[in-house]
Design a protein around this ligand. Structure first.
Ligand code: UDP
Ligand code: MG
Length: 313
């Protein structure tokens, strides 16, 4: 039977953990009673170097009930790394793993539907927010901008999906082959492939405590997402350079023809044309060098070139 592991990254979550553990325990117990998951299923909290009582609470929960497990990172490494640490640790023991936030913003009832989709053969099930009513205007608009920017940059992500998702053991094992250090799991998971689907859920308000993603962390997360998956910014430099060089050359040629026809023109227009061509050339050269660096960068990630889904022997 499906051994399900719930993986919950926690950073300074002492206010929410007592309630989160209660709700997750109820969910897992119900699913066990309904024979949907194995009695050996577990709830794993990953303490991402918290400075509050988070780890003590996790230890306490583990002492009370072996269904709760804990992983403590040596220091704060950020949400994505904490999540990866949890998923890579449990993949040895589970059949499926579901990652979800500690603050109960991800509706735990969506787990039932995720399991149904898994039983139908999906190896990755993305939790997608059906509405963002509970998010602030700022959060909503920055998130929209983020998804739009990602798609402009050619990065494949699932719209309105955070890191609430089910992954099969096989999908987790494939994820391990992505050995990159600058982690952006939302970009990596679609690259894995396999049959996948989405399940929508209503995003709740944070149960207690405050967001661990202040603006600075959010911006660096978005920047990581773009620069780890796209070399389009470099291509844009080349494009602007080529455009400017082309405009500069056209202007210079026009001025040359005017000169041959004996027509007068001011110095200013000549210098503008020269600057346009010169800076265009500079930009284009930088862009070309950038293209090579971009290729080296992508190579350095050593991403798997393919993942075999089936081999009929
Ligand atoms: N988190 C983490 N390490 C960090 C920041 C956040 O493990 O450095 C966890 C946090 O405890 C929560 C999840 O990541 O379980 C999402 O964070 P949060 O709810 O604060 O983000 P938001 O929902 O505001 O985007
Ligand atoms: Mg949250």
């Amino acid at each position: 039977m499906n051994k399900l592991y719930l993986v919950v990254p926690c950073y300074n979550e002492q206010e929410v953990l007592p309630e989160t553990s209660k709700r997750l325990l109820k969910k897992v117990s119900d699913l066990i009673v309904e024979n949907r998951i194995s009695p050996e299923s577990r709830i794993v909290f990953v303490d991402d170097g918290s400075k509050d009582d988070t780890w003590n609470i996790i230890e306490g929960l583990h002492g009370q009930n072996p269904v709760f497990q804990g992983i403590k990172l040596s220091r704060n490494k950020g949400h994505q790394n904490a999540l990866l640490a949890g998923l890579m640790t449990v993949k040895e023991h589970c059949d499926t793993a579901i990652s979800l936030d500690a603050d109960l913003q991800d509706d735990t009832d969506a787990i039932d539907e995720m399991l149904l989709r898994y039983e139908e053969g999906c190896e990755v099930v993305y939790g997608v927010r059906s509405s963002r009513k509970t998010d602030s205007f700022f959060k909503k608009s920055t998130a929209l901008l983020f998804y739009k920017l990602m798609s402009c940059m050619g990065v494949e992500t699932v719209y309105n999906h955070a890191d609430y998702r089910l992954m099969s053991k096989r999908a987790l094992e494939s994820m391990e082959k992505f050995s990159e250090v600058n982690l952006f799991l939302r970009g990596i998971v679609p690259l894995i492939g396999f049959k996948s689907t989405t399940v929508s859920y209503k995003r709740e308000k944070r149960f207690a405590g405050e967001s661990k993603y202040p603006l600075k962390k959010m911006l660096s997360f978005a920047w990581d997402g773009i620069t780890s998956f796209s070399v389009k910014p470099i291509k844009m430099i080349s494009f602007v350079g080529a455009l400017s060089l082309f405009a500069g050359i056209c202007m210079l040629l026009t001025l040359f023809v005017l000169f041959l026809c004996g027509r007068e023109f001011g110095d200013k227009i000549f210098y503008t044309a020269l600057a346009c061509a010169f800076f265009g050339f500079q930009f284009l050269s930088t862009g070309i060098v950038g293209e090579y660096i971009g290729k080296t960068y992508m190579e350095s990630k050593h991403r798997p070139r393919y993942i075999i889904e089936t081999y009929l022997k």
